[in-house]
Write a protein that binds this ligand. Sequence first.
Ligand code: FAD
Length: 455
Amino acid sequence: MASSPSPCSPLPRSSHRRQRSMNVFRNLWAAVMGKSNPADPSPATVLIVGAGSTGLALAQGLRKSGIPCVVVEKYDCLDARSRDWNMGLHWGVSSLKSLVPDHLWDRIQSVQVDPHAPTADHDSLNFYNAQSGDMMASIPVQYFYRLRRRKLRGLLAEGLDIRYGKELRLIEYSKDGKFATTWFEDGTSITSHLVVGTDGAHSTLRQTLLGPGNGSTQRLPYCATFVQARYSADRARYLRKVHPLYLAGINPAGYFSFFGMHDIQDPNDPSTWTFFFYVSWHSPLEEQERTANWTNAQRLQQVKELSQTFTDPWKSAFDWLPDDHQVWYMGLSDFDPGAKDHHWDNHGGRVTMAGDAAHAMTYQRGQGLNHSITDAAKLAEAVKQFASGKAAQADAISSYEEEMIARAGGEVRTSTVNTAMLHNWEKVQQSPVMQSGMTPQQQQQPQPQQAIRAQ
Ligand SMILES: Cc1cc2nc3c(=O)[nH]c(=O)nc-3n(C[C@H](O)[C@H](O)[C@H](O)COP(=O)(O)OP(=O)(O)OC[C@H]3O[C@@H](n4cnc5c(N)ncnc54)[C@H](O)[C@@H]3O)c2cc1C
């Protein structure tokens, strides 16, 4: 769980072969895309900045429609960072299905936290009082896919033209209104008709559009510490008893926790099962500043102390961790694309954003990936519209942005309110997740945010 880059694994042989054949295409591509010769690029050429789940899903959707696109990624490979987590995909499933070819969708089971257990048609995410163990709510979910981020990206990367080691620096727009030239830290550039920023919550592309102030996420007075761990067979079996895949805990002391599986290597050998869990809590920004340099041992000690107020499985899961176990700490933040001062110029439809780059949100309501994949599906449709001449590029991209900002901006606000309420025992029952589960709350009006803003 260390956050530092780890060595990238070499590409598999099949990828080298694919790479060679891609080079032929690339030379042609360079001829039409290179800055020195932007003479006549196909009107559907798209550059996607960031090889996360959003960028890769979008690239799959464009590829499926025969629209050439290149993905650039700042790291040297997909697995450059050892940090990983898993995400619930529920109402976004149909969008993902629409983007990827059937042979990839057929393998979705292989990227689930438990690849051996088919996703149930109907399941429930249970919320427990994490002190008493009493069930507080059972939220029904249909086809609740629990996907490992790293494995999902590996699957979605198949067959795509991804250029690694390309970190976005700035974008220039041609005077004729047709092209955008994206420059990278290595001094190279790519010219395209459309640039899509899918470079995550701390998006550089967003900052090129809005400046470093307005283009940054807003820090929230909440933080979390995450753990991935394996246990002896007996302990693993015990920890998995409450639910085979996932559960949520709300601690009246003001803590929230998710607890579940991350990887089931061998279903018959519990010592190969990896658990993933976190505790989040209210933490004013001054406290986040003051503890910014804490060591791993201090972070772990802190959550071990918090876990003393929890019942099992949390308490034992923390008690059984050795004192040098690697953990991962993160302050929560958001970016609301519907907020005043967050309106960006899309330069006649030549630049836009999708996924966390467009709308970073807190994760306790499990919506970020669902919106991100929905963005990808809707943006792929918009590109098809202008590529086929059915709409002007500027109109197609502006329509995409209008829908995305209303839909996902509303959820940014709802998710932040939800995070605040889940950490306040008096308000837990009124929280969006308790009131409406994980269903999308579309097109909401901006809500008063005083209760949840940085203090
Ligand atoms: C603990 C946790 C649990 C979550 N649970 C859920 C859940 O249950 N359900 C749900 O729907 N969502 C969940 N989410 C949210 C979900 O993970 C995100 O919404 C989703 O992963 C966003 O994907 P993305 O591709 O937009 O961004 P990212 O995955 O962050 O990808 C961004 C990519 O861009 C690259 N990049 C960054 N900067 C540059 C640059 N300058 N140049 C080039 N490349 C760059 C990065 O290296 C990265 O590869 C959770 C999030 C967390 C942290």
